[in-house]
Design a protein around this ligand. Structure first.
Ligand code: GAL
Length: 354
């Protein structure tokens, strides 16, 4: 997992905002020419690969508007080190300091109510992203939004990658030839909606594709590569060649499984992931995993940026349905030009984007 050195208090970029992007907000926010408009981006932690990519894209979008500057924007990116209490204080402080809009990647998705109450009192719109609050909280106020992805569909597409691979060459996956795929599930995080829905979606898709599956075991690796590797070590020690497939809720954990496989020179590539991080895509291209579901973090950042701009200028949101927007996704899987020989790695296959 890529480490980012975000300052806990504030890694802030004072950015000149584009006239095109933020032209009309004066009337709504009272921001005068020459004053600084403060936007806060609050991440649940600072070392999550996918969230770092998304936050960097958002920062780039704000930076890009610099060209047509007419206002100063102070974008503060803060990370909470997995503590909701820390995030709550960061948000309270931002509100006290006059931030005009808050983008929040909650630590605990069930704790949105407190954050919403604070924002509502100060009339500061709030855009939750990636970690989806429960619906009852989302309904509390009409200036609360959510930007994310369709987690069930992430899982369904992941399951289809595994199902396609199995159909294309059953002997490369059903290693014991019993007509059932024995799998290990590596889950992202306890109680995280993406983890729950992806897990269900992937299995459901395999079953719908007519593949019989049996769960050998599973564990939570907190979206982390090193924890994925640790679980792979544990499960290979326990089940050895009984394992026919690793289904991972994200790419970093799949890469952890690959790290272990590589460290032991194991002959195993039946691994699927989600996110489409550069490292995940590289692993697919190198034939080290079957495929990944690319979640379009750039589009998610764009949806957030557009909404920020619209909220600040009093325009109605676009691309949101009932205050929710979900970014598209696509599948990248290893092409199967050559039938696999049982148990052999499929190094000769090329990567294929769909
Ligand atoms: C998921 C993403 C994971 C991790 C997680 C954090 O959507 O796939 O890699 O970033 O969010 O909430």
């Amino acid at each position: 997992m890529k480490r980012r050195n975000w300052a806990i208090v504030a890694l802030a970029a004072v950015i000149a905002a584009g006239a095109a992007g933020f032209a009309a907000y004066d009337a709504d926010t009272g921001t005068q020419e020459g004053q600084t408009l403060k936007i806060g981006l609050f991440a649940y932690r600072g070392d999550d690969t996918f969230i770092s990519n998304l936050n960097n894209s958002f920062r780039d979008l704000v930076n890009a508007s610099e060209k047509e500057q007419s206002k100063n924007i102070y974008l503060s990116i803060q990370e909470a080190g997995m503590s909701q209490a820390t995030q709550n204080s960061q948000i309270e402080r931002a509100i006290a300091l006059g931030y005009k809009i808050l983008c929040v990647n909650l630590v605990d998705r069930t704790s949105a109510a407190y954050v919403i109450d604070q924002a509502m009192e100060a009339d500061v719109p709030i855009i939750f992203y990636n970690r989806e609050p429960v619906q009852a909280d989302m309904r509390k106020w009409d200036k609360v939004f959510y930007v994310g992805t369709d987690a069930t569909m992430n899982g369904v597409l992941e399951g289809r990658i595994a199902a396609n691979a199995c159909k294309a060459s059953p002997e490369s996956m059903d290693l014991n030839n019993d007509g059932i795929i024995q799998y290990i599930m590596i889950e992202g995080e306890f109680r995280h909606q993406d983890a729950i829905l992806r897990t269900e979606g992937s299995i459901q898709a395999m079953q719908e594709a007519g593949i019989a599956v049996e769960k050998l075991d599973g564990g939570v690796a907190n979206w982390e590569r090193s924890q994925g590797a640790a679980l792979a070590k544990e499960f290979f020690a326990k089940y050895g060649s009984q394992i026919e497939l690793f289904i991972c809720n994200n790419d970093d954990m799949a890469l952890g499984v690959i790290d272990y496989v590589d460290s032991e020179n194991l002959n195993f590539t039946n691994i699927v992931g989600i996110d489409g991080t550069p490292q995940g895509l590289d692993a697919v291209a190198k034939g080290k995993m079957l495929g990944t579901v690319v979640i379009d973090y750039e589009t998610q950042a764009q949806l957030m940026y557009d909404l920020v701009r619209r909220q600040l200028s009093g325009e109605a949101p676009e691309d949101f349905e009932d205050r929710y927007a979900r970014a598209p996704m696509r599948v990248v899987e290893r092409e199967r030009r050559v039938a696999a020989k049982p148990g052999l790695p499929e190094r000769s296959f090329e990567n294929m984007e769909k």
